[in-house]
Design a protein around this ligand. Structure first.
Ligand code: NAD
Ligand code: IPM
Ligand code: MN
Length: 365
């Protein structure tokens, strides 16, 4: 198939991991006879430096015309002065809003080979398989902001429409998994959370086959660490989802491992690892590219509907987690490029053994 993919490498380690994800998608295209085109654009700090704004109109228009968007990360100390008039993160938020990608899927699995890296005891990590569905285009991120010398406010607002569409998406996803949905809120304090809980309760009657539970966010932060294998699909608002998924990444062994897919109504999606620009390791060639590669797998699955290809990439990542090489954050010594090369070999091997029409260069070798 033909697909147009816009890449937004961004800042810090963003370009380092995006380059690897693109190489993997190119390998998939070549082994499975697809025609993927890649169009890079600046976003975030790189775009501020180049043209003064974090999401230039040309980049946004390209994303709106693409089949899928693959993003690295934005931000960094250079642009983090609290008094700065414009910030890299504004570009990412504006992009999510403009693309209407309200449902942010963040799957968490704990690979047995990495269980020893987690701060938790191994037996707690058995069978951890959680799909977080984070609301992505509402809440405190997008409410009105005010600021005077001694006061600041961030309005947290949700409408029923905003809640209902992401909750329905989470119910639908739960139906295809273990039929258990946990809705996380702070309904004992926040009005937005009470609207959220009312909406979940109403929508639940359309999904009688899915078991629903409500959990307050503070105790959820604890339960994620003490009983992570209890959870199947977890749906929550924007800010809670941001925080809980970085916490969840510690269970997997590293923030560098977790991918995400941000989806709206159509097939177009925005795909990015959940980590940031990692300024402390940027430019050293040691960033873990697996979160970005797994995001590319989600792109194949959700935007291009290439399930076999998505599974091939995921199998290649599992193979590399089991056999190495590994980057430093998951206990290895390897650099980003060595991991890339190992994943590329594993994708090719997988295609050769599982794909009847394999057309890779080493097919006869
Ligand atoms: P971060 O995710 O950039 O880094 C947190 C820690 O995780 C660091 O020690 C870092 O080295 C490590 N880490 C992250 N990704 C890694 C990888 N791929 N391989 C190995 N180690 C990795 O979070 P932060 O330091 O709080 O934020 C830095 C900047 O990134 C901020 O400007 C923030 O706004 C931005 N940010 C952007 C995104 C995004 O673009 N989607 C996401 C989160 C943070
Ligand atoms: C993420 C990031 C972003 C968020 C920032 C960079 C705006 O932390 O994608 O998790 O908070 O959504
Ligand atoms: Mn985050």
């Amino acid at each position: 198939m033909k697909a147009r993919i816009v890449t937004l490498p961004g800042d810090g380690v963003g370009p380092e991991v995006t380059e690897v994800a693109v190489a993997v998608l190119q390998a998939v295209a070549s082994h499975y006879e697809h025609d993927f085109s890649f169009e890079p654009h600046a976003i975030g700090g790189a775009a501020i430096d180049a043209c003064g704004e974090p999401l230039p109109a040309g980049a946004l228009a390209a994303c709106q015309g693409a089949d899928a968007v693959l993003l690295g990360a934005v931000g960094g100390p250079k642009w983090s002065d609290p008094n700065a008039p414009v910030r890299p993160e504004q570009g990412l938020l504006a992009l999510r809003a403009a693309l209407g990608v309200y449902a942010n899927l963040r799957p968490l699995q704990v690979h047995p080979a990495l269980a020893s890296l987690s701060p938790l005891k191994n037996e707690r990590l058995k069978d951890v398989d959680v799909l977080f569905v984070r609301e992505l285009t509402g809440g405190a991120y997008f409410g009105a902001k005010t600021r005077t010398a001694d006061t600041a406010t961030d309005e947290c607002k949700y409408t029923v429409v905003e809640i209902e569409r992401v909750v329905r998406r989470a119910f639908a996803l739960a139906r295809d998994r273990r039929r258990h949905l946990t809705s996380v809120d702070k309904a004992n304090v926040l009005e937005t959370s009470r609207l959220w809980r009312n909406t979940v309760q109403r929508v639940a009657s359309d999904y009688p086959d899915v078991k629903v539970e409500h959990q307050l966010v503070d105790s959820m932060a604890m339960l994620l660490l003490t009983q992570p294998s209890r959870y199947d699909v977890v749906v929550t608002e924007n800010l809670f989802g941001d925080i809980l998924t970085d916490e969840a990444a510690a269970l997997a062994g590293s923030l560098g491992l977790l991918p995400s897919a941000s989806l709206g109504e159509g097939r177009r999606g925005l795909y990015e690892p959940i980590h940031g620009s990692a300024p402390d390791i940027a430019g050293q060639g040691v960033a873990n590219p697996l979160g970005a590669i797994l995001s590319a797998a989600l792109l194949l699955r959700h935007s291009l509907q290439l399930e076999a290809e998505a599974q091939a990439v995921e199998a290649a990542v599992t193979h590399v987690l089991e056999h190495g090489p590994r980057t430093r954050d998951i206990g290895g010594q390897a650099g980003t490029v060595a991991v890339r090369d190992a994943v590329l070999v594993a994708v090719e091997d997988h295609a050769r053994t599982h794909h009847a029409f394999f057309s890779g260069a080493r097919a006869c070798g």
